[in-house]
Design a protein around this ligand. Structure first.
Ligand code: AMP
Ligand code: GLY
Length: 442
């Protein structure tokens, strides 16, 4: 009996994993923070990471698109799983690079292959996919230099506002929404003929304008099954009341009050399931996050865009709400066992306020000392553009988006109050943030 018990215990010894997270933003800090809580985690490496990821793992100075260097590191450190934060390494085919390599092919990769990543990497691909699988999205047509005249005629026949999208990745800048027809024609020409967004605008999608309210919905999928993660709303514009220039995101709120059970039922039935079925029918192997950027028009959801990764700054409110072991979920996904996974979610609101450098998203200064980080309580700080000045034992700004401060509350108002109370405790020269997160949800 004793022996059997011992055997039983031995079989329960957890195999601990070495994990490599690629990226350097608040999203990657949130992933590292969460994975560090798993009993299955041995060591977390982040490439290249930031001052925050350093609190939960080891930063390594590797560029996530330098696959050969990633390979050398994975072999040297016996990495078991690679989690790809941003889209560029996915669109460049990091998963395919691993699966085609004899030594690397057993390493679990969290993120789709090159083909699946086209859902984000090519707007034209994504729109054709949605059309094929009857997934609700704005009506559209795609144009190239050869069909510029037809594009202009298309604009003549639709109503303002005109939505022009560069087909390829353009660091979040490739979408133009214009009210004036002549301006829209001039921009179309500039995108196609003058390569305004380089190769990314060699094709341009022109689509119908959808009037509604946006939200971000996330799943983890193994290509057959999926688990729905908490949804979130992000605030993209720099100015109060959603005005001014687009940014990488000024904060996020999860859950989204208007994402009721009934609405989310429509999202699953009309959008999520047909997307996963479509990937299967097209023989596209997909293991990773799918991010559905949605517009609620009336009571119905439409897809604005797909992303092949987690959102940032949505991760900073979504990930802390996941109570289950995220590493276990990733493992199930890599093994194709997601049908058995049931993630537990914190019912409370999480709100995340982004502190940015003055001048962002245009010109801003770096290297400003961040003060007050020790004064915080009742919040989680996720670092984005913040780096360590080791010599002087300081943390300094190193990017436009600097810190995300996330707090919980039983109501959205309470969560926001807690987050803003902490925002006031941190300071750096030029600190700016949106004081009105949630204004459209009350
Ligand atoms: P995307 O890069 O596709 O997410 O587009 C950037 C932003 O442009 C979105 O977050 C929306 O706010 C807006 N947008 C994109 N497509 C449309 C559309 N068809 N109708 C209205 N707004 C849109
Ligand atoms: N928050 C939008 C994005 O991650 O693209």
């Amino acid at each position: 009996m004793g022996v059997r018990r011992k055997d039983h215990a031995a079989s329960k010894i957890i195999k601990k994993m070495n994990i490599l997270i690629l990226g350097s933003g608040g999203r990657e800090h949130a992933l590292a923070w969460k994975l560090a809580q798993s009993p299955k985690t041995e060591q977390i490496y982040i490439a290249p990471g930031n001052a925050g990821t350093l609190l939960t793992g080891i930063n390594v100075p590797i560029d996530p698109v330098d696959f050969e260097s990633v390979k050398t590191f994975v072999i040297e450190k016996e990495v078991d799983m690679v989690i790809v934060g941003p889209e560029v390494p996915l669109v460049n085919g990091i998963r395919d690079f691993f699966s085609e390599d004899k030594i690397l092919r057993d390493v679990a990769i969290i993120g789709p292959g090159k083909e699946g990543a086209q859902l984000e990497g090519s707007k034209d691909f994504a729109k054709a996919f949605m059309k094929k699988y009857k997934i609700p999205t704005a009506a559209y047509e795609t144009f190239t230099t050869e069909t510029l005249k037809a594009g202009e005629a298309f604009l003549d026949n639709i109503k303002a506002p005109y939505v022009l999208k560069a087909d390829g990745l353009a660091a979040g800048k490739g979408v133009l929404i214009l009210n004036d027809l002549e301006e829209a024609k001039a921009e179309l020409r500039s995108m196609l003929v003058d390569a305004k967004f380089g190769k990314a605008s060699a094709k341009v999608v022109i689509e119908e304008f959808l009037d509604g309210i946006e939200l971000s919905v996330f799943v983890l999928t193994d290509g057959k099954d999926y688990v729905l993660l908490p949804e979130a709303k992000d605030y993209k514009r720099i100015g109060l009341g959603d005005t001014g220039l687009n940014t990488g995101g000024m904060g996020s709120i999860s859950p989204v009050p208007f994402a009721t059970g009934e609405f989310m039922g429509k999202v699953e039935e009309r959008i999520i399931r047909p997307t996963i079925r479509g990937l299967q029918q097209d023989n596209i192997v997909y293991q990773g996050f799918i991010f559905f950027g949605l517009m609620k028009v009336g009571d119905d959801p439409y897809v604005i865009e797909y992303n092949c990764r987690m959102g940032d700054p949505e991760a900073e409110s979504v990930i802390p709400r996941i109570k289950s072991d995220l590493l276990e979920l990733f493992e199930s996904m890599a093994k194709g066992n997601l049908s058995e996974a049931k993630p537990e979610v914190d019912e409370r609101y999480a709100t995340s306020v982004m502190l940015v450098s003055g001048g962002y998203p245009e010109n801003y200064q770096k290297g400003k000392v961040i003060k007050g980080l020790n004064n915080l309580n009742n919040c989680i700080v996720y670092y984005a553009g913040a780096s360590n000045d080791v010599e002087n034992n300081l943390i300094k700004t190193s990017g436009g988006r600097v810190l995300a401060i996330t707090s919980f509350g039983d109501t959205m108002e309470e969560a926001l109050k807690n987050a803003y109370a902490n925002v006031d405790q941190v300071d750096f020269e030029g600190k700016y943030y949106r004081k009105d997160l949630g204004f459209d949800l009350k």
